[in-house]
Design a binder for this molecule. Structure first.
Ligand SMILES: Cc1cc2nc3c(=O)[nH]c(=O)nc-3n(C[C@H](O)[C@H](O)[C@H](O)COP(=O)(O)O)c2cc1C
Length: 335
């Protein structure tokens, strides 16, 4: 069953499990499950079972199963010889999405199973490489305003316009900063086939995010985010240096903005301050405390309504579907 609404809900570690992806796909869009760095086998089995277990929509009498997919981090797969990808592919997801790192091996393995392969890109060179790679079916241009980890090189709209000129042979989706039907209308008008949306879905009822994190996203303004490696450094996560993450400012990260080399020195020297910081952020992450935990979210957090926490994803999809009226109205205004 092909998606009816040109929206792909982004794989988001800590937010997009099977329930969110399923709700999005069932509402007529395409939902992706995140399998982030260090996601164990229990997580994979549990979250993918939503789509693959009997009763999840495949019997002959049931309506056709909605489309779905899984998003993984290319750099993380490289570190463990694609083991997690092999495990995911055993579940035969119709879509595999790769991000952050060299997607060549993962795309080849996924394409060999018949999966449609999407890759997030953030620079001209990455657009060109994805466009030329026969194993990649969908090029996802991800601008620096997007939430979570990615490059901080180019904003969504310039990258999309570039890709629309270059990727003539394959479809392009746009990610980063899209949270409303107006944003969706804009990227469709600029040549994208679909919007790849993360932040807007974090507060949804089906999200895995802790309640305080959902509330923090819904309360944030457009300029309340920071692009930083602070949380990865403090938590000792092995993200490649070129991938920072866009997160909400909070009491932990704000004092260290622009002081990352100082932070590295303090962490390496295991100063009391650095150790206390590591303990505080680790505890806050475990407790879902938005004042010190990483709350990854994009600039579009400022467009998420304050009433969003607990909203079913289907309502967000219905709101986004309003793009049709906006495009018709724009067309009527100008022609
Ligand atoms: C909380 C959060 C977690 C994310 N985790 C992942 C992930 O595990 N895999 C991935 O490919 N992208 C991840 N991303 C990035 C999204 O795929 C996407 O690029 C981004 O959300 C788009 O921008 P937006 O947040 O402005 O919609 C994450 C984003 C957020 C906000």
């Amino acid at each position: 069953m092909a998606p009816r609404v040109p929206v792909i809900s982004a794989p988001m570690a800590g937010a997009a499990g099977g329930a969110l992806a399923r709700a999005v796909s069932s509402a007529g869009a395409l939902g992706l499950v995140a399998v982030g760095h260090g996601a164990g086998e229990a997580y994979i089995e549990r979250e993918l079972a939503v789509f693959t277990e009997p009763g999840s929509g495949s019997p002959a009498t049931a309506p056709p199963a909605p489309p779905w997919g899984v998003g993984l981090m290319a750099w993380s797969l490289e570190l463990e010889a694609q083991r997690t990808l092999h495990r995911v592919l055993e579940h035969r997801p119709p879509v595999i999405a790769l991000a952050a790192g060299d997607p060549t091996t993962g795309a080849r393995l996924a394409a060999a199973t018949g999966a449609l392969v999407a890759v997030q890109v953030g620079t001209e060179a990455e657009v060109d490489a994805a466009s030329a790679n026969p194993d990649i079916d969908l090029v996802v241009v991800r601008g620096s305003e997007g939430g979570g980890h990615g490059l901080n090189a180019v904003a969504t709209l310039p990258l999309l316009q570039y890709a629309a000129q270059r990727c003539l042979a394959k479809p392009v989706a746009a990610a980063g900063g899209i949270a409303t039907s107006a944003g969706l209308a804009a990227i469709l008008a600029a040549g994208a086939q679909a919007a790849w949306i993360g932040t807007r879905f974090i507060p949804c009822a089906e999200s895995l995010a802790a309640p305080a994190l959902r509330d923090a996203v819904a309360r944030a303004g457009l300029d309340d985010t920071v692009y930083t490696s602070f949380f990865d450094l403090v938590l000792g996560l092995p993200w490649p240096a070129e991938y920072g993450g866009r997160a909400l400012r909070n009491a932990a990260v704000t004092p260290w903005e622009g002081r990352e080399s100082e932070l590295v020195e303090a962490l390496n020297a295991q100063t009391p301050e650095a150790q206390a910081l590591r303990a505080a952020v680790t505890a806050a992450r475990g407790a879902g405390d938005a004042t010190a935990a990483p709350v990854y979210a994009g600039q579009s957090a400022g467009l998420v309504p304050s009433t969003a926490p607990g909203t079913p994803a289907a309502e967000v999809i219905a709101e986004l579907d309003g793009f049709r009226c906006l495009l018709r109205a724009a067309s009527a205004r100008w022609f």
